[in-house]
Design a protein around this ligand. Structure first.
Ligand code: GRG
Length: 300
């Protein structure tokens, strides 16, 4: 099987896992449940759960305990996209080639759908406790839950989004430090959650976990810089969302700060460093390496 076929197979498997944890659309709250399912099943690369599972496998993980965490992280990612698309934030009407959640269900329902997915994420991740028996595994699951909360919260994604929103509203002078703070916290934090949770649940040692956190930082920042690049070089058809939205929203990005060529070089440098870190582990995961390589040249 080549990389592309393997990737498609893994996406289908991840979607089947996520579906197991999604709500039934019944009851007086049916509309919000529909909006939650609409958002999470509207496509997407499933990059975060994929990285999580591949890191888990790299350190010898073989159990189902990883699955609720994979679903939970994708729920958190999708809640952040629903809220980010709202008129009060980026005011985007299309994502993944489909109408955004607020554009279909209205703003109030989209806020609630995001909140619903965020809560469901922790309810889902907590189900990992029901899949284990050893005391050692309980400690790993507890640590993984704490990582999820921290990296998704004010010391992670929400913190990065806060700095981003303020930089935009106040036309704050962008410095390299602020740019990297935003990229690290807004984007790399969830990638770090994915990769370190995989390592923690598989029982990797402390040195390997912190090396994985560093590799994930590089992958996450490179991913965001590539996102900045695609916003100016791609098309709405390929991306499935409006291009040029960073300029429209007065966002200072790596491209506006350093220029296109320097941004491309940055994606390459950060990714190569991440690949070096991954190759320094005793065990190998060829698919994980190929996945990181594919992100350097990703077109959407
Ligand atoms: C609103 C709390 C809150 C947070 C928003 C993640 C985020 C912070 C905003 C989303 C917009 C954005 C540009 C985020 C940076 C990370 C990023 C490039 C997200 C898109 O991730 P993909 O490409 O999405 O993995 P798919 O559609 O493939 O799932």
């Amino acid at each position: 099987m080549n990389f592309k076929e393997e990737l498609n197979e893994k996406v289908a498997r991840i979607e089947a896992i996520i579906k197991q944890y999604l709500p039934e659309e019944t009851g007086y709250q049916k509309t919000v449940l529909e909006a939650m399912n609409y958002s999470i099943m509207a496509g997407g690369k499933r990059l975060r759960p994929m990285l999580m599972e591949e890191c888990y496998k790299l350190f010898g993980g073989k159990e189902a305990v990883i699955e609720p965490f994979m679903a939970a992280l994708e729920m958190i990612h999708n809640y952040s996209l629903i809220h980010d698309d709202l008129p009060a934030m980026d005011n985007d009407e299309y994502r993944r080639g489909q109408k955004t959640t607020w554009n279909v269900y209205g703003e109030g329902m989209a806020i609630l759908a995001g909140d619903g997915l965020l809560n469901l994420a922790y309810e889902t991740a907590a189900k990992a406790f029901l899949l284990i028996e050893d005391k050692q595994d309980y400690q790993r699951v507890a640590r993984a839950l704490a990582i999820l909360g921290r990296k998704a919260g004010v010391y992670g994604m929400i913190g990065g989004q806060t700095a981003d929103v303020e930089a935009e509203l106040q036309d704050r002078q962008m410095t390299e430090e602020l740019l990297y703070f935003i990229h690290e916290f807004k984007t790399a934090a969830l990638i770090q959650a994915a990769m370190t949770i995989g390592a923690v649940l598989a029982g990797a040692d402390e040195e390997a976990i912190s090396k994985m956190e560093k590799a994930a930082y590089n992958i996450g920042v490179a991913f965001q810089v590539q996102d900045d690049i695609l916003d100016v070089t791609s098309t709405t058809e390929v991306l499935g969302k409006a291009v040029g939205s960073d300029e429209k929203n007065h966002k200072l990005t790596c491209v506006s700060f350093k220029g296109l060529d320097a941004s491309k070089a940055e994606v390459d440098r950060l990714s190569r460093e991440a690949l070096q870190l991954l190759s320094s582990f005793e065990t190998k995961n060829v698919f994980l390496t190929e996945l990181v390589e594919s992100l350097i040249t990703r077109e959407k």
